[in-house]
Design a binder for this molecule. Structure first.
Ligand code: HEM
Length: 512
């Protein structure tokens, strides 16, 4: 009898959903089963539902997730009613151990203050000039490794090399420290390892309901997390102490021209001028948040961009031709005579690459519109942050009429947004850098439609810096190399907060 009632209840529940868009739900567990069984391909699972409807409501056992892909809804959440959609306590409690009170992990006044200081820093010419030199140096280090691999006919995992490149450069820009993971022998580094481990484990918390128990008992992944955080903190605090001592020394000897331009030094300096001297803990949080924000996002985008270029030969040729023309024009403008080279002669080849890199500056890179379009088109289809959830403080109604409830989550989904015909037209799924160009010049789209960098008051602060590094690296790589995927190597995303490639990007390389 009871069984009969339960079955009828389930039947009525499912029948009432026969015309419902979005995943069908079960009593009590909502859509958890369907979401769980599609977990590894969740971004594409959402593409299917969001192409049928602007918003998809996914009831879960104790909460409801609402996914949105329509620019009007996105603008409402990220800008118009910004105050109602904070990061929220759930995110904060998961990430606190790594991000502390850094900009990524706070809302309200604490966020506003950091945003103001950091925006000021990011607009500084000193930081931009320093970053340009760092990005050029590390792109050249990457080239040395590729050049050697190409002469020896070795395969490389490009994603791994790019992760090393972006970690080394963000540590140099952030802390002023050379950590050297891109040295020719590709060494292990305690900080880099601990940083990777901590990043993976805090991300796992979002799908591991037992993490709080493991943390309480200090076992398994949570014990490893504790150890990794200690390594990260030891390293960071020792750099902070060293920088503070150096700054004091420089000021006493009044050698102001020796002032460092890394972010940490700048924040130590700024802290001294304001009423509240920044504590070592706040400095640690500030700088680590930038390292986390800038490292995987940039390396992942570069990996997908290289994959897109090599799987679209007409794009590779168009890009090559833009870079060759740029090289000749820029050399003429700077009155540099280009060195002759031969791809079979390592020394001559390396000298020409270094000469080309010398022509790349913040201003000259601004002339490479097609390169800019290739990167932007990559981010449209493979956004480094594929979905970005927000908390909901009070019940609200989105512009398309979807109701959201306090305590739930609303997530804008850049991965789906880039693939929606209602956003980009019938060729939405095709990789076409040309869609960003008008009469040869790059044209931006609304940040509420192209959401790879988020939009509104919390839009990414490192966007220009990221483009600078990506353009620097890709200009050198696509001018002097062609890439071929190792036969049979699977290219697919890993399901985590950043859209990295699950198996890396295994390539062979040829010089050109
Ligand atoms: C391709 C590269 C990048 C992409 C796609 C990207 C994307 C994003 C996205 C989606 C957010 C919003 C995340 C959230 O909800 O909090 C964000 C925030 C942020 N990004 Fe980036 N980012 C990139 C590179 C960088 C770099 C290189 C830096 C700095 C070195 C940086 C610094 C930041 C900061 C500080 C925030 C927090 C802003 C705030 O909350 O006010 N990003 N970025």
């Amino acid at each position: 009898m009871v069984l009969c009632m339960v079955l009828s209840w389930i039947f009525i529940h499912r029948w009432s959903q026969r015309n419902k868009k979005g995943p069908k739900t079960w009593p009590l567990v909502g859509a958890a089963i369907e979401q769980f069984t599609n977990y590894d391909r969740m971004h594409d699972w959402l593409v299917k539902y969001l192409s049928e409807s602007n918003s998809v409501v996914v009831p879960m056992p104790f909460t409801t997730y609402t996914y949105i892909a329509d620019p009007a809804n996105v603008e409402h959440v990220l800008k118009t009613n910004f105050a109602n959609y904070p990061k929220g306590e759930v995110y904060r409690s998961y990430m606190e151990v790594l991000l502390g009170d850094g900009i990524f992990n706070v809302d309200g006044e604490l966020w506003r203050k950091q945003r103001k200081t950091a925006s000021f820093e990011f607009a500084s010419k000193n930081l931009r000039d320093f970053s340009t030199v760092v990005f050029r140096d590390y792109s050249l280090k990457l080239h040395s490794i590729l050049s050697r691999a190409s002469f020896q006919g070795q395969q490389v995992d490009m994603q791994e090399l790019l992760m090393r490149m972006t970690l080394d450069s963000i540590c140099k820009v952030g802390f002023g420290v050379e950590i050297g993971t891109l040295a020719p022998n590709l060494p292990d580094n305690h900080f880099a390892k601990a940083f990777d481990t901590a990043n993976i484990i805090v991300t796992l918390r979002f799908i591991d309901p037992l993490w709080r128990i493991k943390r309480y008992l200090n076992v398994g992944s949570e014990a490893l997390l504790d150890k990794s955080i200690k390594t990260i903190d030891d390293f960071t605090y020792s750099v902070i102490r060293r920088r503070k001592a150096e700054i004091k020394e420089t000021q006493q000897s009044s050698e102001n021209n020796k002032m460092k331009h890394d972010l940490l030094s700048r924040f130590i300096e700024l802290g001294k001028d304001s009423e509240s001297d920044l504590t070592d803990k706040s400095l640690r949080d500030v700088v680590l948040n930038f390292v986390i924000a800038g490292r995987d996002t940039t390396a992942t985008t570069l990996s997908w961009a290289i994959y897109m270029v090599m799987t679209h030969p007409h794009v590779a040729e168009k890009l090559y031709s833009e870079l060759k023309t740029f090289e000749e024009d820029q050399a003429r403008e700077e009155k540099v005579s280009l060195l002759p080279y031969d791809t079979e002669n390592l020394e001559l080849f390396n000298r020409r690459v270094a000469q080309f890199a010398g022509l790349l500056s913040y201003d000259s890179l601004g002339k490479l519109y097609y390169l800019h379009a290739v990167i932007t088109e990559t981010l449209r289809l493979y956004p480094a942050v594929p979905q970005d959830p927000k908390g909901i403080l009070e019940d609200d109604v989105l512009p398309d009429g979807t109701k959201v409830k306090a305590g739930g989550m609303v997530t804008y989904v850049p991965y789906s947004m880039g693939r929606m015909e209602y956003n980009w037209g019938p060729d939405a799924a095709s990789f076409k850098p040309e869609r960003w160009l008008k009469e040869g010049f790059f044209q931006n789209a609304s940040p509420f439609k192209f959401t790879a960098f988020q939009a509104g008051p919390r839009i990414c602060l490192g966007k220009d810096s990221a483009y600078l590094q990506m353009k620097m690296a890709l200009a050198i790589l696509c001018r002097f190399y062609t890439f071929t995927l190792v036969p049979g190597h699977p290219v697919q995303y890993r399901m985590m907060t950043i859209l990295s490639m699950a198996h890396g990007l295994k390539l062979t390389i040829a010089r050109r």
